[in-house]
Design a protein around this ligand. Structure first.
Ligand SMILES: CCCCCCCC/C=C\C/C=C/C(=O)SCCNC(=O)CCNC(=O)[C@H](O)C(C)(C)COP(=O)(O)OP(=O)(O)OC[C@H]1O[C@@H](n2cnc3c(N)ncnc32)[C@H](O)[C@@H]1OP(=O)(O)O
Length: 695
C-alpha cells in the first residue's frame, strides 16, 4: 500500500492504492510504518511523499465513511510528519485533494507538477476537511483564500496554488526525481518556520468580517446545504482559537456532519454519478461495446437548444457544422454561440485558447450536402415527428454510411424516428437540458434498433463534452420527462383545486429545489407543455378543445391550453404563472404535505415503473438525471434515494390513497415493483447497482 525505497540519503514513500491512492485503512497503516522506518533510519536525512500511478492521494477513502472508524486516524499519522526533525517534501502530481492535501500541509515543503490540481472537495460530499485542513490552510493562505477554497470545494491548478503559497515550487518531469532533488536542496535547513501549527493566520484581525461575508454567500449560493456553513465556522476558528482548540472545533463539526443525513445522501450521489457510466442495454454494455471515433459533427437547428449543443461540442474541440434553413436564423445562431462563449471567457470559465479554437471549428451552413462526411449529426429542430422523420430520411440518403444520426427530442419515440432511415442501428436520442451549455445532464436514448456501438459512442461524446450521461430505453418522455410528467400534471391539478402557484412553488423550494414547477415553467416556456399535449393527442387521433378535461379517459388540465391561448408563455412573453390571476377554486386549498406528496410520490411511482420496464437500468440513473437535469438537491440524494429514506411502504400506501381519489390519472396506478419491494422490505442496497454508501 506504501512502497518504501531509499535513494542515497532520501527515503521515498510512494502511496500505492489505485485508482486514486485514497487513504484507506491499509494505506494509513502502511504510511504510519514507513514514516517510523524513515525516522529511525539514521542514514535517511530527508523524506519524500508521493503517489504511484496517476495521482498524489486524492483524499480519504469515502467508502470507509460508512464503516466504524479504524485507527490510526489520518491526523495521528500526519502529525508524525510535522514532528520529525528530517525535512519532509510532498511531491505532487495529478490531483492532491482532501486528505491528500491535508497530508501535504503536514509536510515541511510542497512541490507540484505544473498540471497538478489541489483542493478541498469535502464540502461536495457534505463534510469538511477534517484532518486539520480547516486549521492549516488558512495559516498558509490567509482566511479569504481558505474560506473560498473550502466552502466551494473547487480545485486549483499548480500556478494558482503557487501564487497563494500552498506550494513552494513547480516542476516538470518525473515526480520521484523532482522530489529527491528538492529534498537534497533543503536537507540541512531549520524546520521550525516550516511547521504550519506554529504559524498564525495573517488576516486574523478581519476574521469576523470575512466569516460574515462567506456565511451570507454560502447561505445564498448553497441554500439548504449544512456543510458550507460548518466549513465557515471551522475556518474562522483557525483565526480566533489556538491551534489545538481549533482542531477540537473542526473535529466536533466533522462528527456532526458525518452523522447527518445530508452527507450520506451526497456520498450516494458521488458514487451514483460514477455508476451511471457503467451502462448496459440489450446486447451490450460499457465493457463490451467500443465507441467509434468522432471528429466532425453537425447540429441541425440554430435555436436555443441547437446553439447550446453546438457550444458544448465546440468547447470540447469538435468541428461543428451548424445548419439552418434561412440566412437570418443562421446568423442569429452564430451570434448566440459567440455570445455564450465570450461570456464564458469573461467569467473565467472558458480559457481564451479554447474560445479561439472554437471559432475556427464552427462551420455555419444552409446546405445539407455539407453534412455528408460528418461522424455525428444532432438534430435540434422543434418537436414535430413528421418534420424529424423527413430530416432523418434526408440525412440517411446523403450522409456517409457510418454517420450516427441523433435527435435532441425530449419526448418523441426514437424507434419512429429511426424507421425513417435504413440505418436504425445508428440512430439514437441525445437529449440535452436547457440551457444545454450549462446543465450537466445528457440523457442518451436507445431504440429497439440502436446498436451498443452507437450507445457507447454517444456515451463517450457525453463524457468528452463534460456531461453526466445516463443511457435509457426509448419510451414516451424517456426517463426524465416521463418522471417529471406526473410532477407537472399534479401541479396543474392542484391549481385547479384551489392552490396558488406560489404555494406549490414554495413547498418544493422548501424541500430544496432551486425553483418550484411554476417558476421553472415560466423559465422554459409554457408553450412546450401545450405542444407536447397537442402532439400526443394528435398521435392518438384526438382533436383537443379548449375545455377538454380528458384525453383517452385520462384526466388532463385545461390550464395548459388556457395559458397558451392567452399568450402567457412565461418569462419570454413577460407573463406566465407569476402574473396569472388565481382562478376561483371551489375546493379547499390542499395542505403542504399533500402538495409535496402529490408532486413527489406521483413521479416516484413513475420512477419505479421506469425501473420495472427497464427504461432505466438502475435507480442511480434516475437519481443522477434529477440531480443534473432538474437540479434536485444532492443532499437529498435523488427521488429514488429520497423514497427509500421515507420508506417504500409509506410511499406505496399514499400512492394507493391517491389512486382511489384520482382514478382518472393513470400515473397513480401503483407500480408493481414498488409493491413487491415494499411488501418484501427489500433494502435499497439490493435494488440499486451497488454503491457502498449507507442506504
Ligand atoms: C465517526 C467516524 C470517524 C471517521 C473519521 C474520518 C476522518 C476523516 C478525516 C479527514 C477528512 C478527509 C476527508 C477526505 O479526504 S474526503 C475525500 C476528498 N476527496 C475527494 O472528494 C475526491 C473525490 N474524487 C474525485 O474527485 C475524482 O475521483 C478524482 C478527481 C480524484 C479522479 O477523477 P477521475 O479520474 O474522473 O476518476 P473517477 O472519479 O471516475 O474515480 C475513479 C474511481 O475512484 C473512486 N474514488 C475516487 N475518489 C475516491 C475516494 N476519495 N474514496 C474512494 N473512492 C474514490 C471512484 O469512485 C471511482 O471508482 P468507481 O466508483 O468504482 O468508478
Amino acid at each position: 500500500m506504501v512502497d518504501y525505497s531509499v535513494h542515497g540519503q532520501v527515503a521515498v514513500l510512494e502511496v500505492n492504492n489505485p485508482p486514486v491512492n485514497a487513504f484507506s485503512h491499509n494505506v494509513r497503516v502502511g504510511l504510519d510504518r514507513s514514516i517510523d522506518k524513515a525516522i529511525k533510519d539514521t542514514n535517511v536525512k530527508a523524506i519524500v511523499i508521493c503517489g504511484k500511478g496517476r495521482t498524489f492521494p486524492a483524499g480519504a477513502d469515502i467508502r470507509e465513511f460508512d464503516q466504524p472508524h479504524k485507527e490510526p486516524s489520518l491526523t495521528l499519522v500526519f502529525e508524525k510528519l510535522e514532528k520529525t526533525t528530517k525535512p519532509v517534501v510532498a511531491a505532487i502530481h495529478g490531483t492532491c485533494l482532501g486528505g491528500g492535501l491535508e497530508c501535504a500541509l503536514f509536510c515541511h515543503y510542497r512541490i507540484a507538477q505544473k498540471t497538478a490540481r489541489v483542493g478541498f472537495p469535502e464540502v461536495q460530499i457534505g463534510i469538511l476537511p477534517g484532518a486539520a485542513g480547516t486549521q492549516r490552510l488558512p495559516r498558509l493562505t490567509g482566511l479569504h483564500v481558505a474560506m473560498d477554497m473550502i466552502t466551494s470545494g473547487r480545485h486549483i491548478f499548480a500556478p494558482e496554488a503557487l501564487k497563494y503559497g500552498i506550494i513552494d515550487e513547480m516542476f516538470t518531469g518525473d515526480v520521484i526525481n523532482a522530489g529527491i532533488k528538492f529534498a537534497k536542496s533543503v536537507m540541512n535547513k531549520p524546520l521550525e518556520d516550516r511547521c504550519l501549527m506554529n504559524k498564525t493566520v495573517k488576516d486574523a484581525d478581519q476574521a469576523d468580517q470575512i466569516a460574515d461575508e462567506f456565511m451570507s454567500l454560502v447561505k445564498r449560493k448553497y441554500k439548504g446545504f449544512e456543510a458550507p456553513i460548518d466549513c465557515v465556522k471551522a475556518v474562522k476558528a483557525s483565526a480566533t482559537l489556538p491551534y489545538r482548540e481549533g482542531l477540537k472545533m473542526e473535529s466536533r463539526l466533522m462528527q456532526k456532519l458525518l452523522l447527518s443525513g445530508q452527507s450520506a445522501a451526497q456520498r450516494y450521489a458521488f458514487f451514483s454519478e460514477r455508476a451511471v457510466s457503467r451502462w448496459k442495454m440489450p446486447g451490450g454494455n460499457f465493457q463490451t461495446a467500443k465507441p467509434l471515433p468522432i471528429k466532425s459533427t453537425a447540429v441541425i437547428g440554430a435555436g436555443t437548444m441547437g446553439t447550446g449543443i453546438a457550444v458544448c461540442l465546440l468547447n470540447a474541440g469538435y468541428q461543428v457544422y451548424l445548419l439552418e434553413q434561412n440566412q437570418k436564423f443562421l446568423e442569429n445562431g452564430v451570434k448566440t454561440i459567440r455570445g455564450i462563449i465570450e461570456g464564458s471567457v469573461r467569467l473565467g470559465k472558458t480559457p481564451m485558447a479554447v474560445a479561439q479554437k472554437a471559432a475556427t471549428l464552427l462551420k455555419p451552413t444552409m446546405k445539407y450536402e455539407d453534412l455528408a462526411d460528418v461522424d455525428l449529426v444532432i438534430e435540434a429542430v422543434y418537436e414535430n415527428l413528421s418534420l424529424k422523420r423527413e430530416i432523418f430520411s434526408k440525412l440517411d440518403k446523403l450522409c456517409k454510411p457510418t454517420t450516427l444520426l441523433c435527435s435532441n427530442t425530449s419526448s418523441l419515440d426514437i424507434d419512429r424516428i429511426g424507421t425513417a432511415t435504413k440505418r436504425g442501428d445508428k440512430v439514437a436520442g441525445m437529449h440535452f437540458f436547457a440551457p444545454a451549455y450549462y446543465m450537466r445532464l445528457l440523457e442518451n436514448i436507445y431504440s429497439t434498433q440502436t446498436s451498443p456501438t452507437t450507445a457507447a459512442t454517444i456515451m463517450d461524446v457525453g463524457r468528452k463534452i463534460g456531461k453526466v450521461s445516463v443511457l435509457v430505453k426509448s419510451c414516451q418522455g424517456f426517463l426524465a420527462n416521463r418522471m417529471r410528467g406526473p410532477f407537472a400534471v399534479e401541479a396543474y391539478f392542484l391549481l385547479e383545486e384551489g392552490s396558488t402557484p406560489q404555494e406549490v412553488d414554495s413547498v418544493m423550494e422548501n424541500l430544496g429545489m432551486p425553483m418550484g414547477p411554476f417558476k421553472t415553467g415560466d423559465l422554459s416556456g409554457l408553450d412546450i407543455g401545450y405542444k407536447i399535449q397537442t402532439e400526443l393527442a394528435k398521435s392518438k387521433g384526438v382533436e383537443l378543445s379548449v375545455d377538454s378535461k380528458f384525453l383517452m379517459g385520462e384526466r388532463i388540465s385545461t390550464l395548459t391550453r388556457t395559458m397558451y391561448d392567452n399568450g402567457r408563455l412565461g418569462r419570454k412573453t413577460g407573463k406566465g404563472w407569476y402574473r396569472y390571476e388565481k382562478p376561483g377554486g371551489k375546493l379547499a386549498t390542499p395542505d403542504e404535505e399533500e402538495i409535496l406528496e402529490r408532486l413527489m410520490y406521483s413521479c416516484i411511482n413513475e420512477g419505479f415503473k421506469i425501473l420495472e420496464e427497464g427504461v432505466a437500468a438502475t435507480p442511480e440513473d434516475i437519481d443522477i438525471s434529477w440531480i443534473y437535469g432538474f437540479s434536485w438537491p444532492k443532499y437529498l440524494g435523488g427521488p429514488m434515494y429520497y423514497a427509500n429514506r421515507i420508506g417504500l411502504d409509506k410511499i406505496y400506501q399514499r400512492i394507493c390513497y391517491y389512486h382511489e381519489n384520482f382514478p382518472y390519472s393513470s400515473h397513480w396506478i401503483p407500480s408493481r415493483l414498488l409493491l413487491k419491494l415494499s411488501e418484501n422490505k427489500v433494502p435499497m442496497s439490493q435494488w440499486c447497482s451497488g454503491t457502498d454508501s449507507k442506504l
